[in-house]
Design a protein around this ligand. Structure first.
Ligand SMILES: Cc1cc2nc3c(=O)[nH]c(=O)nc-3n(C[C@H](O)[C@H](O)[C@H](O)COP(=O)(O)OP(=O)(O)OC[C@H]3O[C@@H](n4cnc5c(N)ncnc54)[C@H](O)[C@@H]3O)c2cc1C
Length: 424
């Protein structure tokens, strides 16, 4: 009997330290600095580096990685609890060396990189001496790999890359890009795309423009052009045709880590909702006494706890199986539900705050926009719901009790034929 929802006291002490450190030292940074990925801003050295040193001294740096890479090698359950705290502040992930997309890029460089790629790209990335970018999406679509046209063709002993990439986050600050390109157009993109680690200063790469989200003053998502970009054979990450298999490793972990941080953001919105309800009076009583406000608080808590349990169970299953394929269904469910959880709870907090709720002095509009981002980045919600439904249908076992026997062969055949193994 192994159901257990407790945190061991020694780890809880670390979490308590993190929570106070993030609240006191890290949360204020977002009011004075621009993008967390702009490590070139001189103020980053002044304000962020000393905090990173404290985190390293406390051995809480890059905890998603194993000790061989300088992390604590915590499993996903511990990471879940940590990420809930990091989710409360924009700069917390970079202060703890756990920021996307670098965290995922580190994971694939560690898993698939050659010793030379690890020395050249992984080591400085792990130390946050540089930041990186992941360039997969193309202007003609991100949700359907079959429309990807960026090509890499053999050129002497290396490769020549041509094509365009869209919404490549943080390209403007990145020292290198991990780029997906078609190397074998004769087969499905799931087997015909390869991954390349391309230094940002390679001739032929142009940032056509940087795109911002909503009214973000710092436009950080790049529209990139690759024109006759020549890279050596040593720039391929993994084997030819392996890009999608590698991307799944990266995206599987990344999606869950986003969800863990969304728990923290939604909890912050719920905290604000409770504080407002307990501190604002109208028509002779506190907002906390109004039943429609109470309903918002109750709904927010229920929604958040349900989501948190799903996230933590998924984390537990990743730790148990160490195989993202085995938890694809769970990750898809987490990914599909997170935008709505954040959207709904932030919206209730916004509403109960009245005019200041929509103002730029409160975080709720930003959270709602982030909820939409969560429903797009790493794949749209619809695609993840399709993945989830297909897995459920494929694994469906007809029940003797419910259905007549003559349905069973038909259902089993339909599941086998329709719901194959294509990744999403
Ligand atoms: C904040 C942010 C950061 C990002 N960072 C990166 C990055 O660093 N690198 C990178 O490569 N990409 C990045 N992306 C791109 C992201 O992966 C794509 O936005 C996503 O895959 C969707 O692609 P698209 O925008 O081209 O939308 P489309 O593919 O055009 O889809 C548009 C809409 O169509 C609907 N739709 C699509 N497919 C289906 C379907 N099968 N069933 C039903 N409806 C469907 C959905 O509503 C979807 O939102 C980022 C996106 C955002 C918002």
């Amino acid at each position: 009997m192994a159901w257990d929802f407790e945190t061991d006291p020694a780890f809880q002490a670390e979490l308590d330290w993190m929570a106070q450190f993030v609240r006191d030292e890290v949360e204020p940074l977002e009011h004075v600095l621009g993008s967390p990925w702009n490590i070139h801003d001189p103020r980053f050295a002044q304000l962020v580096r000393p905090l990173q040193r404290q985190v390293k001294e406390r051995r809480l740096w890059a905890c998603h990685l194993g000790p061989e890479l300088g992390g604590a090698g915590y499993g996903q359950v511990k990471l879940g609890l940590m990420n809930e705290i990091l989710g409360r502040a924009l700069f917390a992930p970079i202060v703890f060396g756990a920021h996307a997309p670098d965290s995922g890029n580190c994971e694939i460089l560690a898993a698939y990189g050659t010793p030379e790629q690890k020395r050249r790209f992984l080591e400085p990335l792990l130390a946050n001496e540089v930041v990186s970018c992941f360039a997969m999406t193309e202007p003609q679509g991100g949700a359907d790999p079959k429309v990807f046209t960026s090509r890499a063709v053999r050129d002497g002993d290396g490769w020549m890359i041509d094509g365009q990439k869209w919404f490549a986050s943080n390209a403007r600050y990145a020292a290198f890009y991990i780029v997906m390109a078609v190397t074998d157009p004769a087969v499905s993109p799931y087997r015909g795309m390869s991954m390349f680690v391309v230094p940002a200063d390679t001739p032929g790469i142009e940032i056509i423009r940087n795109v911002g989200v909503a009214d973000d003053p710092e436009a950080t998502h790049a529209y990139l052009d690759f024109r006759r970009v020549r890279v050596g054979a040593d720039c391929m990450l993994g084997a030819p045709g392996e890009a999608f298999a590698i991307a799944q490793v990266r995206l599987g972990g990344g999606r869950v880590h986003h969800a863990m941080r969304v728990v923290g953001q939604a909890q912050k919105a719920l905290d604000a909702l409770c504080e407002r309800a307990l501190s604002r009076s109208t028509q002779g009583s506190l907002l906390a006494d109004k039943q429609m406000v109470q309903e918002k608080i109750a709904d927010a808590w229920i929604q958040l706890e349900q989501f948190r349990l799903l996230v933590m169970r998924t984390a537990w299953r990743i730790d148990k199986y160490h195989d993202y394929q085995k938890v694809r269904k769970d990750i898809a469910a987490v990914k599909a539900s997170m935008p709505k959880v954040l959207h709904d709870i932030a919206s209730s907090a916004l509403q109960v705050h009245g005019s200041i709720g929509v103002s730029n002095e409160m975080p709720f509009v930003g959270m709602i926009v982030r909820a939409y981002q969560m429903g797009l980045a790493d794949g749209p919600t619809e695609v993840h719901k399709v993945t989830l439904a297909r897995q459920l249908l494929r694994d469906y076992a007809p029940s003797d009790a419910l259905f007549p026997a003559y349905h069973r062969p038909t259902a089993a055949a339909a599941a086998a034929v329709r719901f194959g193994t294509e990744p999403s």
